[in-house]
Design a protein around this ligand. Structure first.
Ligand code: PAF
Length: 276
């Protein structure tokens, strides 16, 4: 496995590759990322993973500075998954000038995560497009854990005719259902013991939909109340359509239940799909 930190060297390395499969990450890898790598590896071709903590997608009050940087451990894990090339640029390489050109996401980018993290999807879409331009993959793999991010990347690829196949990977979970995330490392022992409730709340919501309940607003607000009673500060629990993440009508069948909430200082997100 080669580790490359410059755009020029990466382009040279990939120049003659006929098929490149790409998994972008911000490092601090866990089993969820490794599943993305395995899915990507199974596609054949040259597997490129990037490790870059993207300042553009963090608001000034967010955790950019304390975001865990664990490159040596990441490198070993990537090697064990059969990654061919790790692209690990520093900020000077990715943003030699202050970035003043941005990808402006559609209105969806201002909802759900975008409402609580203004500018987040602009930062994500901009770095993902830049990484796509650098790596020029045929296939890119993203996790469903970041469901809205996946939709925004898919939309960008489609509308800007990037010609990249975007593959979605299922969310990896701990034994209590907690979605694996680099931010789980911020949880104290008592918060970690509580954290599985987010997934259980979504599962209960799913069961009630499957058993025929259709008052989406009431179901959302009951879920918020349950979490709040257990010490969570909830940003949203939302029943949305899988197709466009807009509010469903009664005839819509393929739904996704999304939640974001804070336990102490740690903000967690999760989602599950349901067909009713
Ligand atoms: O999902 C992530 O880890 C990041 O948002 C991504 C896609 C690597 C862009 O920085």
């Amino acid at each position: 496995m080669q580790v490359i930190d410059s755009i020029h060297a990466l382009r040279e390395r990939l120049r003659d590759e006929r098929s490149v499969v790409f998994v972008p990450t911000m490092g601090n890898l866990h089993e969820g990322h490794l599943q993305l790598m395995r899915i990507a590896r199974a596609r054949g071709g040259c597997l490129v993973a990037s490790v870059f903590v993207n300042r553009l997608q963090f608001a000034p009050h967010e955790d950019f500075d304390r975001y865990p940087r664990t490159f040596e451990a990441d490198r070993e894990q990537l090697a064990s998954c059969g990654v061919d090339v790790v692209f690990a640029p520093d900020e000077a390489q990715m943003y030699p000038d202050p970035q003043t050109y941005f990808v402006e996401p559609p209105p969806l980018g201002g909802q759900l995560e975008g409402e609580f993290r203004p500018g987040f999807f602009r930062g994500v879409a901009t770095v993902v497009l830049k990484l796509f331009n650098i790596v020029r993959p045929q296939v890119a793999v993203f996790g469903k854990k970041d469901y809205q991010q996946l939709m925004i990347v898919r939309g960008m690829v489609r509308q800007l005719a990037l010609g990249i196949e975007v593959v979605a990977a299922e969310t990896a979970r701990a034994s209590d259902g907690l979605a694996l995330s680099s931010r789980n490392a911020y949880l104290s022992a008592s918060e970690r013991a509580e954290a599985g409730r987010l997934y259980r709340t979504l599962q209960e919501l799913r069961s009630r939909l499957v058993s025929g309940e259709r008052d989406f607003a009431a179901l959302e607000s009951e879920s918020v109340t349950k979490l709040t009673k257990n010490g969570w500060v909830v940003d949203y629990v939302a029943v949305r359509k899988q197709s466009d993440l807009q509010s469903p009508r009664l005839v819509d069948q393929d739904l996704v239940l999304l939640a974001a909430a804070r336990l102490g200082k740690t903000r967690l997100i999760d989602n599950i799909e349901v067909s009713i």
